[in-house]
Design a protein around this ligand. Sequence first.
Ligand SMILES: Cc1cc2nc3c(=O)[nH]c(=O)nc-3n(C[C@H](O)[C@H](O)[C@H](O)COP(=O)(O)OP(=O)(O)OC[C@H]3O[C@@H](n4cnc5c(N)ncnc54)[C@H](O)[C@@H]3O)c2cc1C
Ligand SMILES: NC(=O)c1ccc[n+]([C@@H]2O[C@H](COP(=O)([O-])OP(=O)(O)OC[C@H]3O[C@@H](n4cnc5c(N)ncnc54)[C@H](O)[C@@H]3O)[C@@H](O)[C@H]2O)c1
Length: 464
Amino acid sequence: MPHYDLVIVGTGSGNSILGPEFADRKTAIVEKGAFGGTCLNVGCIPTKMFVYAADVAATPSVSSRYGVDERLEGVRWTDVRDRVFGRIDPIAEGGADYRKNHEDNRNVDVYQGEGRFTGTKQLRVSFPGDRPDEVLTADRFVLAAGGRPVIPDVPGLAETGYHTSDTVMRLDELPKRIVVLGGGYIAAEFAHVFASFGVAVTVVNRSGALLRQEDDDVSARFTELASKRFDVRLERKTLRARRTGGGVALDLEGPQGAETVEADLILVATGRTPNSDLLDVAATGVATTERGHVVVDAHQQTSVAGIYALGDISSPLELKHVANHEARVVRHNLAHPDERITSDHRFVPHAVFTSPQVASVGVTEREAAATGLSYVVSKQDYAGIAYGWAMEDTTGFAKLLADPSTGRLLGAHIIGPQASTVIQPLIQAMSFGLDARTMAHGQYWIHPAMPELVENALLNLPLD
Ligand SMILES: Cc1cc2nc3c(=O)[nH]c(=O)nc-3n(C[C@H](O)[C@H](O)[C@H](O)COP(=O)(O)OP(=O)(O)OC[C@H]3O[C@@H](n4cnc5c(N)ncnc54)[C@H](O)[C@@H]3O)c2cc1C
Ligand SMILES: NC(=O)c1ccc[n+]([C@@H]2O[C@H](COP(=O)([O-])OP(=O)(O)OC[C@H]3O[C@@H](n4cnc5c(N)ncnc54)[C@H](O)[C@@H]3O)[C@@H](O)[C@H]2O)c1
């Protein structure tokens, strides 16, 4: 039974831990799928490459407002797909090869199999094919095994067949009709991608709004705009999935009674769940929350000394920049056990790369009101800044919340072109404690650029 100083389970953000500071330790990394994890192989990176192509495909639909008439001649789906995976797959293979064969990693053993705890600090790894299982023990473990899509308990769904974000990007041909189950990040991004490529998209959601974790004003605006582009069915219970002569069908129950949606395929996008159960972290004594997230302290250590966790297996935020931040904390704490640092989750931003883009940091107005925070609000439309005129934007806006006594920002929410980029100075201000007035007046804002949206939103705050 091989014994290690350190074993890492998962090669997403977990793969970035093994640096030169561990060269004198006996280490191993265990991965059951493609090297690089969700973000590289089936998450952030491929989706954003598809979204970029979708944004390009969607331009003719709006160009006439500038007096420019364009036509989309066609979408070569397999070329779109192969551009993405032609770039990504070699990176995953190169990552595995580096860990297995490069001399930097002579102290690293790579196990390409599935790990499952069988006792305290004891991990059984099973491999595809005939290779017998191996049991590894280690002084320290890092749990970086991420999560997986949740499949709702809909009668007939398994027999009918469905896609998730893990599979839908590798389709051999573009469907004509797609039904997306769910109304969160993944639903919003893929609905935009497929609709831009000419697919008829139906979105079926349980609740009454899309992107409902966003500030209510943003969620309402996105739901309104999405309803013009896609067939959006809200407040629907999915009773049954079934095959039809020409494809698939979902039988729904909604405010107007029973109805059926037909399509060529179903994309399930109803959230993700951490992999702590499949890894059986309980067998090594690691505690989890009710939703299955591994419980960690501020140093990212689990309930067992010497076992750390990071990313989606322990964080309900489920974001790559969070997993990367936590990996840096774990890496430091493993290398410097007497000078451990803590992770910082104060101002975690996110963006939804749909159309229009959505980006957010800090509290929503709903959260501010619910927690009794004292706050003031401002709003600025893209339509009210010069660059918004250039784009003929009539629907985007920024909404800010600030503390009236200090002027510090509490939350920022943007829906509109390049929201994921436009929001960055607000994240910076919140992270470094810059108050809204100093931020607005203490620097030049390039005219007439898109960040004037932020400048005006700051100036609109009723402070003083
Ligand atoms: C479609 C999609 C789009 C996304 N887009 C964005 C985005 O734009 N921006 C953003 O910030 N985030 C995005 N995310 C979220 C982001 O991908 C995750 O937050 C991030 O990848 C989590 O990293 P991780 O290291 O915790 O886990 P992962 O990257 O999931 O890595 C876990 C690894 O562990 C392996 N593993 C699991 N169990 C075992 C086991 N028992 N034994 C061995 N190996 C195991 C898995 O195969 C996997 O490779 C997206 C996610 C999805 C699904
Ligand atoms: N741009 C990004 O950063 C990005 C992109 C994609 C995914 N992600 C990460 O991946 C995670 C998972 O994304 P997601 O979109 O699957 O989850 P989500 O939590 O964002 O949304 C799930 C949606 O499914 C709906 N739902 C749940 N059960 C349902 C059912 N039975 N029928 C119909 N609707 C149902 C919910 O109401 C909700 O709208 C996100 O939380 C996010 O952190 C991030």
